[in-house]
Ligand binder design. Structure first.
Ligand code: PMP
Length: 330
């Protein structure tokens, strides 16, 4: 009989798919690592699994314990699935700007979600930060993974994403491109690929215009999950050879093209990473093998990126080629 013991064993081993349409005129091969094939629908399942298993080993997380993390997104889903399968409780803390759909996903997996007001200072007792700290102090058996500082975030990629890419490309990968949020993906995967190739693989970070990684001050941008206004310790500043800044408009237009032309319904940080990957690939000849990591699915962004009105309100449809209009296909 062929079956998996549980959804946990489906984490990782995601496919690589060649991009064929958005790469017109480019000689290099551009391959997408499609992370929405993970059971929780994103790359974050990898870090959830490793952070939890490491905490079990160190004794920081004990049987029947509770995982407390300020997250509303992909990391929460990954933690919720692994926790549920291993018998832990989860409490997630979210700001009230998070959509009810996202909160309902976490609750569907059995997690408790505490919603905090956005319109208060970080020092206020009801702030997102203070509520999660208080829950950790007051909940017996609580453990906070803290993806921004947990070394098992980048390590999960050093031990899974990196080796997978090296094997899938038979060591022929020349460039690796990933968006930078906590920095875990680029740091762990990039370090593994550098080690495996004696430093030959070039590592490129993609960053929203305005974020600190590309020299900004943290100015707001709309792409979700990437960019920061501080430097997380999960990010290894020595691994990227180059950081490419990409605008919201370019990111979202590319995201829509990936759905319409490549059959890839993915999130906005994926469009951003592909824009950066194409800028790199344009400079290469036919020996170039560029791998770009696509962190999540587009299902969570239907009312934004894939909604013409929302796009038009921000002026993101201007200069968009007719091939990218969602309305054309409806
Ligand atoms: N894209 C999305 C949608 C994400 O949720 C994240 C994680 N914050 C990233 C990209 C960036 O990954 P990392 O945190 O490993 O840098």
């Amino acid at each position: 009989m062929q079956f998996h013991d549980s959804m946990i064993s489906l984490v990782g081993n995601t496919p690589l798919v060649r991009l064929n349409s958005v790469t017109k005129g480019i000689k290099a091969t551009v391959l997408a690592k499609v992370e929405y094939f993970n059971p929780g629908g994103s790359v974050k399942d990898r870090i959830a699994l490793r952070m939890i298993e490491a905490a079990e080993e160190s004794g920081a997380l004990k049987p029947g314990g509770t995982i407390v993390e300020p997250t509303s997104g992909n990391t929460g889903v990954g933690l919720a699935i692994v926790a549920q399968q291993k018998g832990y409780k989860c409490i997630f803390v979210c700001p009230d700007k998070v959509s009810t759909d996202k909160i309902n996903v976490l609750r569907a997996y059995g997690a408790e979600v505490v919603v905090c007001p956005t319109a208060v200072d970080p020092e206020h007792p009801d702030s997102y930060y203070n509520v999660s700290d208080r829950l950790v102090r007051e909940t017996p058996g609580a453990w906070k993974p803290d993806q921004y500082s947990n070394p098992n975030n980048p390590l999960s990629h050093y031990h899974s994403t990196g080796p997978e890419l090296w094997e899938q490309t038979e060591g022929r990968i020349t460039h690796f491109v990933a968006g930078v949020g906590t920095g875990g993906t680029i740091s762990g995967t990039g370090r593994y690929l550098k080690d495996a190739s004696d430093g030959k693989v070039q590592v490129i970070g993609a960053d929203p215009e305005g974020s600190v990684y590309s020299g900004g001050s943290g100015r707001p941008y709309l792409v979700e999950g990437v960019g920061e206004d501080f430097w997380p310790t999960a990010y290894d500043r020595t691994v990227a050879d180059e950081i490419v800044a990409v605008s919201d408009k370019d990111s979202f237009q590319m995201t829509r093209r990936l759905a319409k032309e490549e059959g890839l319904l993915v999130g906005g940080s994926c469009g951003m990473a592909v824009v950066a990957a194409l800028r790199v690939a344009e400079r290469l000849d036919e020996n170039g093998v560029v791998v770009v990591l696509l962190p999540d699915s587009g299902r969570g962004y239907l009312s934004k990126i894939f909604n013409d009105e929302w796009m038009a309100d921000y002026g993101f449809l201007e200069d968009e080629g007719p091939s990218a209009r969602v309305a054309d296909v409806l």
